[in-house]
Design a protein around this ligand. Structure first.
Ligand code: AMP
Ligand code: MG
Length: 442
């Protein structure tokens, strides 16, 4: 169904509706900055206040999941005064340059501390072993000379120190890293490798995590065919459905690919309605001002509240965000690099929040020195595919030659997006610029 017969497919509609703005690919909202747009997404998804459904997973499978319930420590950590060096457990008061202490024995990691240290003595101790009674510090083995005392062999060896230590030196006191019974990881924490270790340390075997959000993906376009099918001479393989699914799964959410909708009101209406049953719907294509860009009119017809429909960025200017029947809906432009960039800027924080994280991850800006001069149209913030290199100290960034937002191969050679602010028409080589490294992992 074409736009010229746009409302003819719903005969009940009045003439007024026929000419209403709902039927046309027009941008009705004013263009906003990408930072404002991000804030609007975050505010809307926060406001949904989704009661997170809970799954349970074994710790081994918890990487990337978000905790639905906090993890509490079952005991103090460390559970004993722990030596953090190989050396000798001593009384700090006995130590000074040249002091000689009698070594009473040794204690290794895992041993119970059975030999108390008394004045003038020490016990050899290994990293991870409990400090024996009487000792209050450890002298590193590198700062000692051990002498076998043959005459007094029965009484043990002598250790000569080349320095003094302070009380508590090279010892981590019991309970100072973690008190017993307190929160180790709060609900809303995304489980990375460090969080997995923290959970393991307190014996969290099974974790309560939030259900992964289900993200429906619907591409649009008469010219778009499945990437596995042979395309006709003027058709385009569907790369957006799989690149979006990859971006979604890198965020540990579940993608549901709904396929491709033709640029037809009937098909869009039906497929968008299906997608609204998911936790979020992402569309690609059909959001510009062309005659067959029908996503926005269909969303309006379905009663969506359009939150924004134009953002001052390139690529990605016609990006749409709406709430439709309680579901957040993103209408991303169809050019593949626009789709990728707008996902990173606007969809990603929404998925963070729908996953149960308390705050979305901030954009990971970093500074780099530009290697070649750049000229871009002022008024829009540009996100250009670029290559970031780290030499000894200073990161440097070079834009990648590209043919614009359809140039997927340029994007596949980029490891970052170079940010050209809206108020800069030209940036010289040697100036410092902001870049957003590509985040392929959390
Ligand atoms: P649109 O946003 O619908 O105007 O599409 C802009 C450009 O992106 C057109 O050249 C489309 O052929 C292309 N395009 C749209 N959808 C896809 C897709 N799913 N995969 C690859 N390219 C696409
Ligand atoms: Mg299109």
């Amino acid at each position: 169904m074409r736009r010229d017969s746009l409302c003819a497919d719903s005969p009940a509609k009045s003439r007024v509706t026929f000419f209403s703005w709902r039927c046309f690919s027009v941008k009705l909202l004013s263009m906003i900055s990408y930072l404002e747009a991000r804030e609007k997404v975050i505010a809307r998804v926060h406001a949904m206040g989704r009661a997170a459904e809970t799954d349970t997973v074994p710790l081994r499978e918890a990487a990337g999941r978000v905790l639905a319930r906090e993890i509490v420590s079952d005991r103090e950590y460390p559970p004993f005064d722990r030596s953090i060096r190989d050396g000798y457990a001593v009384r700090a008061a006995d130590t000074r340059l040249g002091a000689r202490l009698r070594c009473l024995g040794e204690i290794k990691a895992g041993d119970a501390p059975s030999i108390p240290v008394v004045a003038g003595t020490c016990v050899q101790i290994m990293t991870g072993a409990p400090l024996p009674e009487g000792a209050d510090a450890v002298v590193m083995v590198e700062h000692t000379t051990r002498q076998e005392d043959r005459q007094t062999a029965l009484q043990g060896d002598t250790v000569q120190l080349d320095r003094a230590v302070k009380s508590g030196q090279h010892v981590v006191r019991r309970g100072t890293e973690q008190a017993a019974g307190l929160t180790v990881l709060a609900a809303g924490t995304r489980m990375g490798f460090a969080e997995i270790a923290a959970a393991a340390q307190v014996g969290a075997v099974i974790l309560a995590v939030t259900r992964k959000p289900r993200v429906a993906i619907l591409t649009t376009g008469d010219e778009v065919v499945d990437f596995a099918e042979p395309p006709g001479p003027f058709q385009i393989r569907n790369s957006n459905s799989v690149s979006l699914a990859a971006q979604v799964s890198l965020l540990v959410a579940e993608s549901v690919i709904l396929g491709n909708a033709k640029d037809s009101l009937d098909e869009l209406r039906a497929k968008i309605s299906t997608g609204l049953a998911a936790d979020m719907l992402i569309l690609s294509g059909g959001v510009s001002m062309g005659k067959y860009d029908l996503v926005e009119p269909v969303l309006r017809e379905l009663g969506a509240e359009l939150v924004f429909d134009a953002v001052a960025i390139r690529p990605g200017k016609p990006v749409v965000f709406a709430m439709c029947k309680g579901t957040p809906v993103f209408g991303l432009p169809g050019n593949p690099v626009s789709t990728m960039v707008t996902f990173e800027l606007f969809v990603r924080p929404a998925i963070d929040l729908l996953s149960g994280e308390l705050e979305p991850h901030p954009l990971p800006f970093t500074d780099a020195i530009l290697t070649t001069p750049l000229s871009e149209k002022a008024g829009l913030t540009h996100f250009l595919p670029a290559r970031l290199t780290w030499s000894f100290k200073t990161p440097r960034v070079s834009p990648i030659a590209w043919q614009g937002s359809g140039d997927v191969s340029a994007m596949s050679r980029a490891n970052c997006l170079l940010v050209v602010p809206a108020d800069r028409e030209r940036i010289e080589a040697g100036e410092s610029v902001s870049v957003l490294p590509r985040r392929e992992s959390l």
